[in-house]
Design a protein around this ligand. Structure first.
Ligand SMILES: [Zn+2]
Length: 107
């Protein structure tokens, strides 16, 4: 086990976290080091129990941010990719609802 993998190393524990974006629901301070820098949004259940989250990490020393991204399951999407996925789903639903078979779920 490398030093970075040990959860008992206190280094990073007192490093202040960057201010949370409005969508962050993380309880910072529970994790150490880089884990504690990650801002995470409310989980959204998108399909069969697969959660989607908005995530962004900010290095508290350099202020360098990574993200925000949208995590869907284990896959990371850029915001424009996630928007495309959402738009494609909406277009598919709109198209399905444009047919008589769409039924009451389209109302
Ligand atoms: Zn946060």
């Amino acid at each position: 086990m490398s030093k970075a993998e040990s959860s008992f190393v206190p280094e990073g524990a007192s490093v202040p976290v960057s201010p949370c974006p409005s969508w962050c629901v993380t309880r910072h301070g529970v994790h150490l080091g880089e884990e504690n820098w990650v801002h995470t949004g409310e989980p959204l259940l998108v399909a069969d129990g697969i959660p989607a989250y908005v995530v962004m990490s900010v290095d508290p020393e350099t202020g360098t941010s990574d993200g925000p991204y949208v995590l869907i399951g284990a896959r990371e999407y850029t915001l424009s990719e996630a928007r495309h996925v959402g738009s494609a789903l909406m277009a598919a639903v709109d198209s399905a609802c444009a047919t008589p078979a769409g039924g009451p779920e389209c109302e």
